[in-house]
Ligand binder design. Structure first.
Ligand code: MOS
Length: 732
């Protein structure tokens, strides 16, 4: 039986807070944590299938043109080689993963350096890799475009134009007009893309590392021209995705083609370099920020324009202005995004697409405005929090930006006195502080989950939802345990298998609120069934705690009620009108202190405080970890992370974790996370909003502002590497 909930109005019942088990929100450790740290959690590439072959992908050593010859005979005599696959169905580009349709095909037309063109299959990995290196190919190279500024751009739909920004700028008491650049980013997930495909003549089973099984199954079925009922995807553990596993990529399709052709299981694991070169990037951006303010620092004009890039024919454009649409006031608004078509690998969603690069520029521009207006930058932000969505007039759902700024400032010890760069020096280090706001739109998606109250008094939660390291296993157990009066250990959660009901997938920070609501809906139905069994009209009159059901007139153990028969309900949650009626977003604030070396331009983080409001906290520990992870990404994107392409031939130069610099332990100071108490009745039936990405939306701007406050280097290009800092540092 399926229970359905489409949320069309504010959910004021706040059911979860009325429950008695007392586990929701608690900092419970991840239920699969022990398996992971002891190496017992099986990741995609780690399954042992009888007779499994190994496939290695061959990629194009040029950016634009056509492969004319793939000479299989050049490797067929080599030891262990089984076959070379250069099937038309081999996919050229990773899917963005929103359509449920096959990604772009035709592997022989090449659009970017590193595009897969063939798969070599052999008995062992070493033999396959050796043959892949020796495969003779011929190709014709055409002119490629690598620089977005060299081509005519296409405007994106959805621009905002309101009032007259130019006039507001002309009449402003204080204004800034600044251009920023950000470089491309890699998702850099720890686990490389990997798949093992197995065809039994009837069903294609693929163990892969994916975020969105609910539509990945459609993408793969479409690629292979199979009915979805003939495809099974399994992703029980995923070592990070950050967007790069939203859609299926080449290893999934290549392994599937090989397995179906050869009748043996085939494993394809991308090398670290291949993951960097072929999978997906965050677009580099060029942004222009125009802010106009009156004498009190109140914004009258707000302009944010961006240029991003992608391959020809791709639908995704980095949504740089996403939070600029509603974060600050200003009646005269101009927001737009242009896209240039260039020959670099597919640009797609990388953690916090849009805000991750749009907000640092905005928050840095606000810092310059605050300086010009002589207003404390925290105060300037507080003065510009709009009452309602400034373009559409839609009311906000719960909105904690002011509280985050105030509580963060207090915890950090923010000095709201006059600010002047080069005010504090310790030896050869200039010390400075900076602030930025955080905002990340809250998204929900439909989701299904089945909850079974079993004869033995435990519960089972099943959905094809993934846990990409975020804590999904744990929070779904907490929701079910809270609703059904069970201890955390009494709830078993099974995820990552398309045999289960379709969840929401993990992406866009929507997972917890969406599939969590599906589990909630299923549990409500189970509670209703128990109530009706007891002849009670409303399940709210029941108290379920510690495997006992009590109500006005009595008390019974849960197992007496179940009486040997499972009670199973599928919950189906769908976003309803409420998503249109309210503008829902998570909010936050970052405060940082940096030290900048006066001789080398090196920036060291000294401390960082993040205060965030994102609805109900489902698990204090996993939520905090999401905030910490986001703040670490802020530090990386502010100081080191940057995809570097060779301007001559378009190849990615830094395609591993030695050369693409994500922060390591030594780079990360004390990080302090404050979670501002909140319930959002518009966000989801469980009053929770997304938290996966909020922690990295804007923090790089706080770091830029702190660098300026420390040493007087005002920069407009991210990342702010030592060479750039030195060049911008004024003479002493
Ligand atoms: Mo996210 S970038 O939607 O995984």
């Amino acid at each position: 039986m399926t229970a359905h909930l489409k949320q069309n109005k504010l959910d004021k019942r706040n059911v979860l807070d009325g429950m008695q088990q007392g586990i929701i929100g608690k900092p419970i450790s991840r239920s699969e944590g022990l398996l992971k740290v002891t190496g017992k959690a099986t990741y995609a590439a780690e399954y042992h299938l009888e007779n499994c072959l190994e496939g290695v992908i061959v990629t194009a050593p040029f950016a634009k043109g056509r492969v004319t010859v793939i000479d299989e005979s050049s490797v067929m005599e080599m030891p262990g080689v089984i076959t070379v696959i250069s099937d038309e169905r081999m996919i050229a580009r990773a899917a963005q993963g929103t359509a449920g349709a096959a990604p772009l095909q035709k592997a022989c037309d090449v659009d970017y350096w590193g595009q897969p063109i063939a798969l070599v299959v052999a008995e062992s990995f070493e033999e396959a890799r050796n043959a892949a290196k020796h495969l003779h190919i011929e190709f014709e190279v055409e002119d490629a475009i690598f620089d977005a500024s060299e081509v005519e751009v296409e405007p994106q739909d959805g621009a905002t134009q309101q009032g007259d920004l130019a006039q507001a700028m002309a009449e402003a008491e204080h204004s800034v007009d600044i251009s920023y650049t950000t470089e491309g980013h890699a998702s850099a997930a720890m686990e490389p893309h990997a798949a093992i495909a197995d065809w039994d003549g009837e069903t294609l089973t693929v163990r892969a590392s994916l975020q969105m099984l609910n539509y990945n199954i459609g993408e793969l079925a479409d690629s292979m021209d199979l009915d979805e009922s003939k495809v099974r995807l399994i992703s029980r553990y995923v070592g990070g995705g950050f967007g790069s596993k939203l859609g299926i990529s080449q290893e999934v399709v290549a392994a599937s083609i090989a397995a179906m052709q050869l009748g043996r299981p085939v494993r394809v694991v991308m090398s670290r370099q291949q993951v960097f070169q072929t999978i997906m990037r965050r677009s580099e951006t060029t942004q222009r920020l125009r802010l106009a303010a009156d004498a009190n620092g109140r914004l009258t004009g707000f302009g944010h324009e961006a240029l991003v890039s992608n391959l020809p024919g791709e639908g995704f454009a980095e949504p740089v202005t996403q939070s600029s649409e509603f974060l600050y006031a200003g009646e005269n608004r101009l927001l737009k995004i242009d896209i240039a078509r260039i020959h670099r690998m597919t640009a797609g969603s990388v953690r916090a697409p849009g805000e991750a690069v749009g907000m640092p520029a905005l928050e840095a521009a606000l810092d310059e405005l605050a300086e010009k207006a002589g207003i404390d930058p925290v105060e300037l932000r507080l003065r510009n929090i709009p009452e309602e969505h400034p373009a559409t007039g839609t009311p906000f759902s719960s909105h904690k930006l002011a509280e985050c700024l105030q509580q963060g400032a207090k915890a950090f010890g923010w000095d709201s006195g006059p600010r002047k760069p080069r005010n504090r020096r310790e030896g050869e280090w200039w010390i400075g502080t900076g602030v930025a706001s955080a905002a990340r739109v809250h998204i929900v998606s439909q989701a299904r989950a089945r909850v079974t109250l079993q004869a033995d008094g435990t519960a089972l939660v099943e959905t094809d939802m993934t846990d990409i390291g975020t804590g999904t296993y744990t929070i779904l157990g907490q929701i079910a345990g809270e609703m059904l009066g069970l201890a955390q250990e009494q709830v078993k959660v099974e995820l990552g298998d398309t045999r289960h009901p379709r969840g929401s997938g993990s992406g866009g920070s929507w997972g917890a609120a969406s599939v969590g609501s599906a589990v909630f809906v299923a549990c409500e139905a189970i509670r209703a069934k128990i109530a009706s069994q007891l002849g009670i009209s409303a399940d709210m009159e029941l108290t379920l705690k510690d495997s006992t059901v009590s109500w006005d007139e009595g008390k019974k153990s849960l197992s007496d009620i179940i009486d040997g028969k499972d009670i199973a309900r599928e919950g189906h949650y769908e976003p309803g009108d409420i998503t249109e009626d309210y503008a829902a977003s998570g909010y936050g604030a970052f405060f940082v202190e940096v030290a900048v070396n006066r001789w080398t331009g090196e920036t060291r983080m000294r401390r960082m405080t993040g205060a965030f409001g994102f609805g109900r906290v489902l698990n204090e520990k996993t939520a905090r970890s999401q905030c910490l992870g986001g703040m670490v990404w802020c530090i990386g994107s502010a100081l080191t992370e940057s995809l570097l392409f060779d301007p001559r031939d378009g190849h990615l130069v830094n395609c591993d974790l030695a050369e693409y610099h994500v922060p390591v332990n030594r780079d990360i100071p004390d990080l302090d996370v404050i979670m501002v108490e909140e319930r959002d009745p518009a966000a989801s039936p469980i009053q929770a909003k997304g938290i996966g990405e909020l922690g990295m939306c804007g923090g790089a701007g706080a770091i830029a502002n702190a660098i300026y406050n420390a040493c007087g280097a005002r920069m407009h290009d991210f990342p702010m590497t030592p060479d750039r800092v030195l060049a911008a540092m004024p003479d002493e």
